[in-house]
Design a protein around this ligand. Structure first.
Ligand code: F0G
Length: 466
């Protein structure tokens, strides 16, 4: 995807970066050879043939828009049954007019996160090239997703590389339960990704991180379903958490292609939200003003940024562990998406992420911390006047609440007094939250301790007027 390098490779190859220019590869189609429907509405006809697994899949029912595989090669486990929801409470919290803030709830996927949209496509390609072993590095969701595809289809074995310490138990338990060989690298996600890339190259193992361009093809479908949820109308804004920047890159590609194909008449704006403890994109885009610039990006400045990061030994740190990433591999593709979508980037603190998460939960849509960065970011952009209260905004809820129960329980149960600067005592939750800079929990729903006595419970209910 280097603008100057026109090297092409066939769909049967398993490269992730270009052997000529070293940048990541992009999937390009000759649309004149694909029977793309004349309007997006025509995809609705597939709703009546949902017994066909390809029409049932929320990814492959749009298969003409990611036409790299033959129907019989497609590997699907029913991913993408996700919906666009509105929550009056969450919309009000973020400062929007009723019905204007919508939540694309990707936690409903088989492994509980948006990753399945991409993993069905990567698994399909792995199957096409006859891969016997697949691997990924992960903050937890990619590994859960790869592991579920491997265990349900039995097409390949799986090795997952995770950093030590930070992975949430929900996600770790999935990789273990689905039978993936799980390697805990003594390092963080950025280290694990570097290792898995080298190991895959050395051993000929199929790599399933979002450096794999087929992953992004599948993730385009999240935007197709958003449009479907809006009766094929284009929203004003898409707001998405940014980690390794695969989603944002895929969304930009989806809209670019839909516009080129004449299937939409305008492209929504894109807001990518970093956690402030892992804010490489925010720093590069908003502070150093790095732009895609039609492919003529300032590579020396980007390299200088990472060299400085290494020499300062700066490590990502956030309670939104899914996006605890300092070296986003899809940085350039994301810069391109930001250009196409007239995008913005913001950072949000862990305190605001957890508050937004509790509000989303109270609205009935449990999500994990990283996902709530989208709503926290939409709220911030509303307060800054970048997004108007009447704009139609779609926040992507990337992962399910049960992925990371520890963060949720810590937020709701911690004694607020232990978070104040004057606190002298501590407990495990307070330590965890204070380390992340959380000083208050205004949206907490604290459990109430009560004696194991009928009268005491009744008295409590009286006090609570229940
Ligand atoms: N939200 C969740 C729940 C995630 O798991 C991730 C990434 C992101 C957001 C960020 O998405 O990378 O496309 O910008 N998780 C990866 C993993 C890194 O290993 O599971 P992105």
């Amino acid at each position: 995807m280097n603008h100057a390098c026109r090297a092409t490779y066939s769909v049967g190859e398993t490269l992730v970066d270009c052997s000529k220019c070293g940048h990541l590869l992009d999937i390009a189609y000759d649309w004149s050879r694909v029977p793309v429907p004349g309007s997006l509405k025509q995809f609705e006809s597939r709703w009546s043939s949902r017994r066909n697994p390809l029409d049932f899949s929320g990814v492959w029912r749009f298969r003409e828009l990611l036409p790299f595989a033959k129907d019989e090669q497609i590997v699907t486990i029913g991913e993408g049954q996700t919906i666009l929801q509105s929550s009056a409470g969450v919309g009000k919290y973020a400062g929007f007019q009723t019905g204007k803030l919508l939540l694309q709830y990707e936690g409903l996927n088989p492994s509980g996160s948006f990753k399945d949209n991409g993993m069905t496509a990567a698994s399909t390609h792995a199957h096409m090239v006859g891969a016997k072993v697949a691997a990924c590095a992960s903050t937890g969701n990619t590994s859960a997703s790869l592991a579920i595809y491997s265990s349900t289809t039995r097409l390949f074995e799986t090795i997952v590389f995770i950093g030590s310490g930070k992975i949430s138990f929900g996600k770790l338990s999935q990789a273990l339960d689905y039978g993936a060989k799980t390697l805990q690298i003594q390092g963080d996600f950025d280290d694990a990704l570097r290792q898995v890339r080298d190991v895959c190259a050395a051993r000929g193992i199929y790599l399933c991180n979002s450096v794999n361009p087929f992953r992004l093809e599948g993730q385009k479908s999240i935007m197709f379903r958003v449009l479907e949820g809006l009766n094929w109308e284009v929203p004003d804004w898409i707001v998405v958490p940014g980690g390794n920047l695969g989603n944002s890159s895929a969304f930009g590609k989806a809209f670019t292609e839909l516009k080129e194909l004449g299937l939409i008449n305008r492209i929504p704006r894109l807001a990518v939200i970093n956690a402030s403890g892992s804010n490489t994109l925010y720093q590069l885009f908003e502070q150093h003003k790095i732009r895609w610039n039609s492919g003529k990006f300032d590579e020396a400045k980007i390299n200088g940024f990472f060299t400085q990061m290494d020499s300062d030994n700066r490590r990502a740190s956030t309670l939104a562990t899914a996006i605890e990433i300092n070296r986003p591999v899809n940085l350039l593709k994301c810069l391109r998406a930001l250009e196409v979508c007239d995008g913005v980037v913001r950072e949000v603190s862990d305190e605001l992420v957890l508050e937004a998460k509790a509000q989303i939960g109270a609205g009935g849509f449990g999500c994990e911390p990283a996902s709530a960065a989208s709503v926290a970011g939409a709220k911030l952009l509303r307060e800054q006047g970048v997004i108007s209260p009447s704009d139609r905004v779609v926040c992507i809820l990337t992962g399910h609440q049960l992925k990371d129960p520890t963060a949720t329980v810590a937020y709701h149960s911690v004694d607020p007094a232990l978070l104040s600067a004057a606190a002298t005592e501590d407990d495990a939750y307070a330590t965890m939250l204070r380390k992340a800079g959380v000083t208050q929990t205004p949206a907490a729903n604290r459990p109430i301790v009560v004696e194991n006595k009928f009268e005491s419970i009744m008295q409590l209910l009286d006090r609570l007027s229940l």
